[in-house]
Design a binder for this molecule. Structure first.
Ligand code: ATP
Ligand code: MG
Length: 563
């Protein structure tokens, strides 16, 4: 076991179980698995599961299998398999030589089903799905036994074989485990383990006419792979007796233990694949990787990086209590990361002209600017300066309120990396009342933004030289859903809860010239405006550089608030 483990990574109840299992010698090495169903893209909830499964495997020098849980041919597609593999590797996780597929075990699972039948522990039932549901009983009432429950072994084996060969219609028969129709746990009331589905499978093609059900396939796939700790979300707690029953009643190569933890829910978003799929299919977003989506692909496109996602997972921890995590925590994690890594640049989102009247006409100069005050190795760049600049409209006030230290007539302000300027006047459009031009004079002795006489200014603003500026577009994002908990709004369809301002497209943005050759792999901090990422696809479509705001600069969440 690694030394000082507690210090490296937070402890949680699952990790404690593993520590005990390793210390007691129950296991010499651990194997976990991450088992997404390839029926959608991975999202931030899956990231929690990945961090846990791959994270524990890394920490204990074990292994985590990536297993596509592809037992339902109706909903699964290769596109999803590709995206899942891509997202897992992007997160920095490795899964050994191959990707596993539950469908790899279809032959083995069928063999196990025959063993259960032969042992009198499974039977073919001719009841319809509706009848099966009816016979199952309720929480208060025991179930009723199917009239087909006591078929003989030979008849069951024959019917199962013929189900497999496609001789029967979908829905006409199922294979059920013979457990206990009076069990207090409904999952134990003779659960269905195979159903007839005449749909081609993305990997096995049209070989199979029957497909195994989740509980049966999952436990036995785990056992097949020698998984030691099978970590899943809380809704499977009631399925654990069934998981254990399959393991106990079949000659499996290993005995995995299922442990449940609470799934991740985040404010102002949805994490159900069914809902995410609808957002995509009904064009409520631009696709699975729309930067507003909580998918890994969306987060990546928006400018999130694996380190921030992992940090977030460490922050939220792992427990058995259901909870709703404030999305501001995720934003905090990315902001912390980008503060260390982003290249600083200037961009004016709502430009208004600032004319420096005493700056020599036609002159330009190049001023030094640090690329990242947090890391000297990022070096410096030169930014052009002239007597005609763009500044933010919101940095000027005609009638300044108290403590307004930015541009107002008579105020002296620092233009970051450049000079001190004092506002001398402004012009307005008589029709709209909007300020169209601000005038100022500069102090030539303050080059670099510092005065030699020690005179201080209270306001510092960013700017872009107008003759040099590049014209660009920024996409400003906000939460995708208005309510904090969209899943809780039971009387409304979630599509009605979408935030109409979740994406604001701002054109006419004035960019520091170096941004016309932005690097897609870099994170940028536009001074005072937030963290941005250059987006190739939108840029091509818009024929101008497009930057997406990953997150703003201000925190609405602080670590102390957690306590
Ligand atoms: P669906 O919405 O289709 O039911 P699912 O949650 O079952 O999706 P899977 O693809 O089967 O999704 O999940 C793969 C793994 O990720 C499972 O082990 C599951 O428990 C875990 N997982 C999925 N969503 C979350 C979540 N919100 N928080 C934590 N773990 C999750
Ligand atoms: Mg699932």
């Amino acid at each position: 076991m690694p030394e000082n483990m507690e210090k490296e990574k937070p402890v949680n109840f699952i990790k404690n179980i593993i520590i005990d299992d390793v210390q007691s010698g129950k296991h010499t090495g651990i194997i976990t698995r991450f088992p997404p169903e390839p029926n959608g893209y991975l999202h931030i909830g899956h990231a929690k599961s990945m961090c846990l499964n791959f994270g524990l495997a890394e920490e204990f020098k074990g292994r985590c299998n990536l297993r596509m849980d592809d037992t339902n041919p109706v909903k699964e597609e290769d596109e999803f398999v590709q995206s899942i593999a891509n997202d897992v590797s992007w997160m920095g996780y490795t899964w050994g030589e191959t990707i596993f597929y539950a469908s790899d075990y279809f032959d083995k699972l069928y063999e196990y089903a025959r063993i259960l039948v032969t042992d009198g522990k499974a039977y073919v039932d001719d009841l319809s799905f509706d009848e099966i549901r009816e016979y199952r009983g309720t929480l208060k009432e025991a179930g009723k036994e199917s009239p087909f429950r006591n078929r003989g072994v030979e008849e069951n084996l024959d019917l199962l074989e013929r189900m497999k060969n496609g001789e029967f219609e979908e829905g006409s028969r199922v294979l059920r485990a013979k457990i206990d129709m009076a069990s207090g746990n409904i999952n134990m009331r003779d659960p269905v383990i195979y159903r007839i589905l005449k749909t081609a499978h993305h990997r096995t093609g049209d070989v199979w006419y029957i497909y195994p059900m989740y509980d049966f396939a999952h436990s036995l796939s785990d056992a097949q792979e020698g998984v030691t700790h099978s970590l899943c979300t809380l809704e499977f707690e009631d399925h654990r007796p069934l998981y254990d029953w399959f393991i106990a009643n079949l000659p499996v190569p290993s005995r995995p233990r299922q442990i449940e933890f609470a799934r991740l829910n985040i404010t102002h978003t949805v994490l159900s694949k069914r809902k995410l799929k609808r957002l995509v299919e009904e064009n409520m977003v631009d696709g699975w990787d729309d930067p507003r989506m909580p998918t890994i692909a969306g987060l990546r496109r928006r400018g999130y990086v694996p380190a921030a996602i992992k940090k977030f997972c460490d922050m939220i921890g792992v427990s058995k209590a259901d909870n709703l995590v404030d999305i501001a925590m995720l934003e905090f994690a990315i902001r912390e990361e980008l503060n260390k890594t982003a290249h600083r640049r200037m961009a004016v989102l709502n430009p208004v002209k600032l004319i420096i009247e005493n700056y020599p006409i036609g002159r330009e100069e190049h001023l030094d600017a640090v690329n990242n005050p947090e890391d000297e190795s990022y070096g410096k760049r030169q930014i052009p300066f002239s007597g005609e600049l763009w500044v933010e409209e919101t940095d000027f006030m005609e009638n300044p309120v108290k403590n307004f230290h930015r541009l107002a007539v008579g105020n002296e302000v620092r233009l970051v990396h450049a000079y001190y300027v004092t506002v001398t006047g402004f012009s307005k459009d008589p029709q709209t009342g909007r300020v169209t031009q601000i005038r100022a004079s500069y102090d030539a002795t303050t080059r670099g933004g510092w005065s030699s006489d020690g005179r201080k200014v209270k306001g510092t603003i960013h700017w872009v030289s107008a003759p040099h500026a590049a014209d660009g577009i920024v996409y400003l994002y906000d939460h995708l859903f208005v309510p904090a908990n969209p899943d809780a709004e039971k009387d409304k369809d979630f599509s009605e809860l979408i935030n109409s301002e979740s994406r604001v497209i701002q054109t006419g943005v004035m960019l520091e010239p170096s941004l016309s050759q932005a690097e897609p792999s870099h994170a940028y901090q536009f001074l005072r405006n937030g963290y941005f990422r250059y987006d190739e696809r939108y840029s091509v479509a818009q024929k101008k550089p497009v930057f997406l705001r990953t997150v703003g600069l201000k925190d609405s969440w602080k670590p102390e608030k957690q306590a």
